[in-house]
Design a protein. Structure first.
Length: 153
């Protein structure tokens, strides 16, 4: 088998034919440089504890999770024939383990849906959290908190 053919087969296996979307992201410099999407977005990365310019994993995770949660809320609303606005805010706190030997994130997501009361929002938000692919990655992580907030334009 020729090398290009083998490479094409390996790439096909890696990308999984059933993927609805596929992306490849590279970080070569940890917290001191640039991370990038192959053939796309480039992001300056810095340590969250420094004053250096750039984004950090906490910010990028917060962006990913808030976007996924809000997109899932909107999909659930659309499936119900409801056209209204929603808002998700995520707080990511970088904390030291109590034994001082590692770190973890406290993750708090808050949602608001225009025209929905607290109970309606909580029910739909809980459903969105169960369905959101980023939330599925989080799984049963013990430091996740979900809140409901009033909607403000």
């Amino acid at each position: 088998m020729a090398l290009p053919s083998l490479m094409n087969q390996l790439i096909k296996i890696m990308t999984k034919d059933d993927a609805l979307f596929h992306t490849e992201v590279v970080n070569e410099y940890a917290l001191d440089g640039e991370a990038y999407v192959k053939d796309g977005l480039r992001v300056l990365i810095s340590d969250p504890l420094s004053q250096d310019p750039g984004s950090n994993p906490e910010e990028l995770f917060g962006l990913a999770w808030s976007t996924c949660l809000n997109a899932t809320i909107q999909a659930l609303l659309k499936a119900r024939g409801v056209n209204t606005r929603s808002r998700v805010e995520v707080v990511v706190d970088y904390k030291r383990e109590s034994d001082g030997r590692g770190y973890y994130f406290d993750l708090t997501a808050s949602a608001a849906i225009e025209g929905y009361d607290e109970d309606q929002t909580k029910k739909l938000f809980t459903n969105a959290h169960r369905r959101c692919p980023v939330s599925k990655i989080i799984g049963s992580y013990p430091h996740v908190f979900l809140n409901v907030m009033p909607f403000h334009s």
